[in-house]
Design a protein around this ligand. Sequence first.
Ligand SMILES: [Zn+2]
Length: 90
Amino acid sequence: MRNTVGLLLVLVLAWGVVDCGKKQEAAKPESAAGGAAPAAATATDPVCGMEVKTADAQKVEYKGKMYYFCSAGDKAQFEKEPAKYVKPGE
Ligand SMILES: [Zn+2]
């Protein structure tokens, strides 16, 4: 009788450990995937203040820094007077 109880106890414990291991495994793939693809990088158009996706935006490099624009028009505006749109200290 005692042996049976002991055996049962061991079984229960073993089952608990296995189950725990399964849960941890289940958690892992999710965190590895990290869910959605990384959000596209965005930047603020210094001319109109609009948030633009850097991948699709017009780009100008000014004083070693990249600036992004929603349209060719804003890009041209910036290129005419960059100092007007660049905040001091940037
Ligand atoms: Zn713009």
